[in-house]
Design a protein around this ligand. Sequence first.
Ligand code: SAM
Length: 367
Amino acid sequence: RVKEKWAATRVKHPPTRLALQHFDATYGTQLGDLWPSVRVALLTEKKYGALLNNFSFDVDVGITDLQAQRCRDFISDIHGGAEPWEIGGKNQTSGADGNDQQLSPPTLSPNIKCYVFPRGDVTRFKPARPDSHGLLGYYLMDAASVLPCLALNVQEGHTVLDLCAAPGGKTLALLQTQLVRFLCVNDASISRTSRLRKVLHSYVPKQFLTDERVRITSFDGTTWGEIEKNTFDRVLVDVPCTTDRHSLMEDDNNIFSKSRTGERRRLPQLQAELLLAGIQAACPGGEIVYSTCSLSLNQNLSVVEQAVYLAQENFGIQLQVVNLRALTKMFSDTFCFAPDLHLGEMVVPHLAANFGPIYFCKLRRLA
Ligand code: SAM
């Protein structure tokens, strides 16, 4: 029971409730029969993955410890999980048209390892411990957030731009590959950039963070096309979005609060501008991965379609959409992927594998 004096000041429509109403209206239509189960999962505690820190001096001890808890590295242990999910009566390893696509398995950047508890096991990870040099053994993040980094497929000697990088989970995953020659890490928010800096120093030895190897900036990413065109082999554009899970769980800093309505409505426009800037920053032949942690069609497929159109119209940049079905097939025993997306891939939350939502789409610059 709420006391009178509090009842007077209590917010009538808490942002979390507004978010749920909005999602019921939009995702109910978008996801159809899938929405009730995704909704339950979104309202339930999420599952983490432990991104292993290869830079830790205790990395072997860390692996033994995680394995002793029955965790598995979902990336190397491709078929060690369980049977692929069947949702909506369809096996997710089938192509969008229901036919199996004859795609060869993708090459994956080595050294990215992410440990997860088995399907249905909701044990929480213990906080990571520092080694004798103060470096932490693992970084806890949504395991599905590693997929955009794997899709980026960084190769030896690449230059990489991480356009919206804070707090730095995906940056850390990219650094784990130890293949990047030069990494440019950017985030428009100064406070979040300083958090990102702290994260990097807690996981990566100083000699890997020199100015020649890593540059940390705080620019508005939408202007990147004017700053540095045709430069990077790989660009990650992990945009601000409605962060669906956070919006349902936390009233603080919630994008569905009335005061942030304008900001929320402008998100697709900002996202398209960021992706367009990322496309311009990539070199011809370079690859770009766009990602969000939202289920919204307007923030996912529509943004990619708009940016691809504008890149061609405004800058004469031609792009090819890279089919990621082989990648999702590899991990379909760990994650529940949305069936039948015609552009990009999406991990949808499921009670037994409560990761995501994560949407990701890969583009290749042809010219
Ligand atoms: N990639 C990060 C990670 O894996 O930890 C998460 C990025 S978060 C989804 C989106 C980020 O975009 C926020 O940190 C936000 O500060 C940043 N951002 C918002 N507007 C931006 C802009 N115009 N340019 C660059 N970054 C921006």
